[in-house]
Structures are given as structure tokens and as C-alpha cells.
Design a protein around this ligand. Structure first.
Ligand code: PGA
Length: 276
């Protein structure tokens, strides 16, 4: 596992990584590049930078296919807190993704099982996800795979824990009763099937989760820790989230990733390369 600890914006670092991967893949209609995408406050910086790359002519999203991680059950696509709405508002409306290439679970279906199977089948048919991007919750959840979720789980319906309902109530007028209690979510196994996984971690409140993910064993109570089993797992963390790491762990990753931490430099290099 790579652990990138950067003083700069973690979203910029992630956006540069995504851009480099897309440019290297040279996607076509026959062989698109497939992204797994998250919602939440964490990825906003990454989406903003990717939009900038598109506007500056660095990136083209014509041959990108996306699969979103999760969706609340019971919210219409137009509901301001639905993940459909979030993704269009914060990303898709500003780039040139084809609507038919956007895949988001439908939280309004009655047959959850069929909807989740459809999602898994579509992912498989296209050849799998190239790069799954994500954030984590303070309890270490990845997508809505709450503590105790099977580490080989697939896309399914999942109840939200009280912790997550409280954390997400900030988007529902601070009222826990307005937060849906059920979600449809990709499984930990679904995420681990991607060719690469990049997880962004930010803030003091995620420091325990980061420690569990990096220094402790693989454990279903911290589903992010399953990333240790992935061949190409990357964690991009801000400084605040590292406060529970051992000094030695922190220094080790700072040392081996030393040349790769400055996202401003990475952005400059990207523009230079694209304009050659
Ligand atoms: P956040 O949520 O990005 O808003 O912190 C992340 C998550 O709960 O997965």
C-alpha cells in the first residue's frame, strides 16, 4: 500500500493521479477508462480540479465510464441530498461525460437485489473498474460498508449505523430523522476487484481510522483496512489525519514518497506535458 501524506490539497493530488491514468490509457469508445466514484465532502477538491483540467483542455471525458459507490434508499434522483444530485451538481454537469456512461444505483427501486445485481453485471461486462476512488468515514467505512461488513461483500442494500446517520445529518438540516436509514452500496469485494484503488483521508476525526487502515491488521470492524489486501492500494492523507500514526510510520511514508508529495508541482508537470 502506498500512503501519500501531503500538506497540500489531497484532492489536487488525487486529480493529478486520475489525469495521469486517463492520459496514459488513451481511452476509446471500444476501450473506455472506467472510474469508481465517491460522494461526500472529501472528494470535492478532486472534482473541482478535474473540472479545471477539462476546461483547460487537459482532460476529455468522452470515453470515461463511471460507477458510483452508493446511493440512499428512498430519495428521488432530484432530491438535493441524493447522490445522483450530488454527482451532477459537483461533477457531471461541468464536464463532457456521456449520460449513458454514468452509472449510479437507483435508490427508488423496490427490488434492491435486482438493482444491485444489475450494477455488478454491468461493471463486469465492461471489463471491471480501472480505478476506484473513495473517502472514508470516521468509523473506517468505505462506501456504506459499515463496521462488521463482510470484506468480500458485493453490491447490496445496507443499513446505516447511528454514527453515519449522525455524521450525515449535517446535510439534512441537522435532523437525524431525515437521514435515510438504508443505502445501496458496492461491497468491499466490489471495490477490491478494481485494478487500482485510491482512498482520500482528511481531518483529525479520521485519524483513528487511518491508523487502523495502515498500522493494524485487516479487520471487518474497520472495513478500510481491507485495502491492505489490494495489489495497488493508495491512501492520500492530509497531515491532520496522521496524528494517531506512530512517528516511525509517518516518517517512513514521508521518506519513501518524498518526491511525489507536492501536488502543485504535479499540476505544473501535467500542463507542461499536455501542451507539448
Ligand atoms: P465525508 O464522508 O467525505 O463527507 O467525510 C466520507 C464517508 O463517509 O465515506
Amino acid at each position: 500500500m502506498r500512503v501519500i501524506i501531503t500538506e497540500k490539497n489531497i484532492g489536487d493530488w488525487a486529480a493529478c493521479y486520475v489525469a495521469e491514468k486517463i492520459l496514459a490509457a488513451k481511452p476509446t469508445a471500444e476501450k473506455p477508462y472506467v472510474l469508481g466514484l465517491p460522494t461526500g465532502s472529501t472528494p470535492l477538491g478532486m472534482y473541482k480540479r478535474l473540472i479545471q483540467f477539462y476546461k483547460d483542455g487537459i482532460l476529455d471525458f468522452t470515453n470515461i465510464v463511471s460507477f458510483n459507490m452508493d446511493e440512499y434508499v428512498g430519495l428521488e434522483k432530484t432530491h438535493p441530498q441524493s447522490y445522483h444530485h450530488f454527482m451532477h451538481e459537483n461533477f457531471f454537469n461541468h464536464i463532457n461525460m456521456k449520460p449513458e456512461n454514468i452509472n449510479i444505483l437507483d435508490g427508488m427501486v423496490t427490488d434492491y437485489k435486482a438493482e444491485c445485481q444489475r450494477f455488478e453485471d454491468k461493471m463486469k461486462a465492461i471489463g471491471g473498474v480501472d480505478l476506484f476512488l473513495g473517502g472514508i468515514g470516521p468509523d473506517g467505512h468505505i462506501a456504506f460498508n459499515e463496521p462488521g461488513s463482510s470484506l468480500s461483500s458485493r453490491t447490496r442494500d445496507k443499513e446505516l449505523t447511528a454514527d453515519t446517520i449522525i455524521a450525515n445529518s449535517r446535510f439534512f438540516d441537522g435532523d437525524v430523522n431525515k437521514v435515510p436509514k438504508l443505502s445501496l452500496t458496492v461491497g468491499v469485494g466490489t471495490i477490491l476487484d478494481a485494478k487500482e484503488v485510491l482512498i482520500m483521508v482528511n481531518g483529525h476525526h479520521k485519524a483513528r481510522a487511518l491508523r487502523q487502515a495502515v498500522e493494524e491488521g485487516i479487520n471487518h470492524m474497520w472495513t478500510i483496512s481491507a485495502l491492505q489486501m489490494h495489489e495497488k492500494g493508495i491512501i492520500v492523507s492530509d497531515e491532520e489525519a496522521t496524528v494517531e500514526l506512530k512517528v516511525g510510520t509517518y516518517r517512513y511514508f514521508k521518506d519513501i514518497e518524498g518526491a511525489n508529495l507536492d501536488s502543485e508541482k504535479l499540476i505544473k508537470e501535467l500542463y507542461k506535458k499536455a501542451r507539448k
